[in-house]
Design a protein around this ligand. Structure first.
Ligand code: PEP
Length: 243
């Protein structure tokens, strides 16, 4: 059976105390460890999670594009590589709020690979592009991939997450068919850039307790990146247990 990833992006939620309660409840309620579970808490709680997260993997929600030094408020891959295996990069909230572009994201990918970490590289179109039809989506996705990935990328250490912006945090998920259509395109484009290597491609955008199996049943979808529905540890553990 191929690995299936279930990744929690806790975003800017939970204090240190709340994070401890969250992880305890998650551990008490998860019975199914068949899939790869990755938790990306706020950076303030990373160290606690690192010591307590048995059976699951740890990810940071973003990293700086530089190695170290003059980056007030930032965290570099080299600072967290000892405790984090994964890092989300290119999340649409970073692209929009912090004006991150494909070049910066490409630098972040390089920095993660240099530090033996695995990027969860997020891409996806906004509503305006979606309204223009599949050709426009294809062009957008192609550019995001080709601006950040190159033939010599570290393909064995890469997860790509297709996260249509219109589906994130809106409660309006893509349909499994819509997700699969773009994810098939991503698989093909990755193989073109890499010279034949495929990587796991995940879906993210309003996945919840009711719809997660619909995505999981799609052959081309290799995992889920979950925001809102991971905030309640009981709901999230149900998703994990049913997967
Ligand atoms: C996300 O922000 O990565 C995400 C998938 O959020 P949500 O599940 O809330 O749409």
């Amino acid at each position: 059976m191929k690995d299936f990833y279930i990744i929690a992006n806790l975003k800017m939620n939970k204090s240190i105390v709340e994070s401890k309660i969250y992880l305890n409840l998650l551990k008490e309620n998860i019975q199914n460890f068949n899939n790869k579970i990755v938790i990306c808490p706020s950076s303030i709680s990373l160290f606690y999670f690192a010591n307590e997260i048995q059976g699951m993997k740890l990810g940071i929600q973003d990293i700086d594009h530089r190695e170290q030094g003059q980056g007030t408020g930032s965290i570099s891959a080299s600072q967290v590589k000892d405790i984090c295996e994964f890092a989300i990069v290119g999340h649409s909230e970073r692209r929009q709020t912090f004006f991150e572009n494909n070049k910066t994201i490409s630098e972040k990918l390089q920095m993660l690979w240099k530090n033996n970490m695995t990027p969860i590289f997020c891409i996806g179109e906004n509503q305006e592009v979606r309204n223009k039809g599949f050709k426009a989506i294809e062009k957008h996705i192609n550019k995001q991939l080709r601006d950040s990935l190159f033939e010599d990328s570290k393909w064995e250490n890469l997860l790509v997450a297709y996260e249509p912006i219109w589906a994130i945090g809106t409660g309006l998920s893509a349909s499994p068919e819509q997700a699969s259509e773009v994810i098939s395109l991503i698989h093909e484009t990755v193989k073109e850039i890499s010279g034949g290597i495929d990587v796991p491609i995940l879906y993210g955008g309003s996945v919840n307790e009711e719809n997660h199996l619909d995505f999981q049943n799609e052959e081309k979808i290799n995992g889920l990146l979950i925001g809102s529905a991971c905030l309640d540890p009981i709901t999230f553990s149900k998703i994990i247990n049913n997967s």
